[in-house]
Ligand binder design. Structure first.
Ligand SMILES: *Cc1c(COP(=O)(O)O)cnc(C)c1O
Length: 345
């Protein structure tokens, strides 16, 4: 498969005002923007869903939008290997591995786990399927993931390779531009079909801050919403606020035309028992959503974010919920979820 850079015919449009960034055309765009009457009742607001769970097939989810920018840079530097990291069931590592393969680049993924032989399911299975080189790292080692990857890159350089390192979650100023352009895509959809006036807020799950940073800049730039509500799935609000600020600054240095930013609220009240751990209440919510609407959320990210929105009942009138994907993570937890008590209907 060939992925032309943006100046060619099949390339995605440039973000208005950002003309110095090359971008690959990797995602299936535009993704649907749909009003969900059924879920509006459940979460007590007028709910619209931006289906970034449909940005691809096995590559789907929010990471591919960031990777359109990151892998374009990798290609322009002539990378032969990309290195990235995440949890064992990282959607980002899986998307990076598959997309690297589509570009003829070798993927190396650093996955955090304390298991010696983790079960071959979900995202990790897809990493293996495409033959990514998997390096397991303990939670303690993972704390210094950036230097681990830099050291590995240096070794590869010595061996004559051209490594390109992508940070956790693809969250850098460059990666965040993927969500600036997502907001521009939504602006076009609003102009074509409404709802006129845009949204009160963009709500999404927040794990490494890049999506929040891009949405914060893009929502203001393209008048999509005055506010972004980033539902944390790990770490506390103060940590994310600092991280998002940093990423916004980096993105603005890359694209100086992005001057305004929407208000960004990080809500850390709905993490539940911990990262990738779900309460009974959250599990039941994911089940209820699937039964009421056919919308499939994942328990690690999008399920917690929409669950959080439901708890804010009445705070917002018209909401854009960004469905960020995560299906392989759900499938990896099928046994855990099946073991819980489910609502009867
Ligand atoms: C990575 C991820 C997120 C969080 O996005 P960040 O930009 O890392 O904050 C949300 N949902 C899913 C399904 C993800 O894989």
């Amino acid at each position: 498969m060939e992925h032309p850079v943006k100046k060619e015919e099949t390339a995605p449009p440039e973000i208005a005002g950002i003309d110095d960034n090359r971008r690959l055309s990797l995602a299936h765009l535009p993704t649907p923007l749909l009003h969900s009457e059924r879920l509006s009742q459940l979460v007590d607001c007028e709910l619209w869903i931006k289906h970034d769970d449909a940005t691809g097939g096995a590559t789907a989810g929010n990471k591919i939008r960031k990777l359109e920018y990151l892998l374009a840079e990798a290609c322009s530097l002539g990378a032969s290997v990309v290195l990235t990291c995440g949890g064992l069931q990282s959607n980002h590592a899986r998307a990076t591995a598959l997309l690297a393969r589509s570009l003829g680049i070798c993927p190396i993924v650093f996955l955090r786990t304390s298991a010696k032989q983790p079960p071959l399911v979900g995202n990790y299975f897809l990493d293996r399927l495409c033959g990514a080189e998997v390096r397991f790292v303990s939670p303690e080692q993972y704390a210094r993931r950036s230097s681990l990857m830099e050291e590995a890159a240096e070794e590869l350089r010595q061996a004559g390779e051209r490594p390109y390192v992508i940070p956790e979650g693809g969250s850098s100023g460059l990666g965040a531009l993927g969500y600036v352009s997502a907001m521009e895509e939504i602006r076009h959809q609003l102009d074509e079909r409404g709802p006129s006036g845009g949204f009160d807020v963009v709500v999404h799950a927040c794990g490494s801050g890049g999506t929040a940073a891009g949405c914060t800049l893009g929502a203001a730039q393209f008048d999509v919403a005055p506010e972004v509500c980033a539902m944390a799935v790990c770490d506390d609000a103060a940590t994310f606020e600092a991280r998002i600020d940093e990423l916004v600054g980096d993105a603005q240095r890359r694209a100086p035309s992005l001057k305004r930013r929407a208000k960004c609220i990080v809500d850390d009240r709905f993490i539940g028992p911990g990262y990738a751990e779900v309460s009974d209440e959250q599990t039941e919510f994911v089940v209820r959503v699937a039964r009421q609407s056919g919308v499939v959320l994942d328990p690690v990210y999008s399920g917690k974010a929409l669950f959080g929105l439901a708890q804010l009942a009445g705070k917002y009138r018209r909401v854009l919920f960004l469905h960020t994907g995560g299906l392989p993570g759900l499938l990896a937890q099928s046994e855990v979820i099946a073991a819980r008590s489910w609502p009867s209907r």
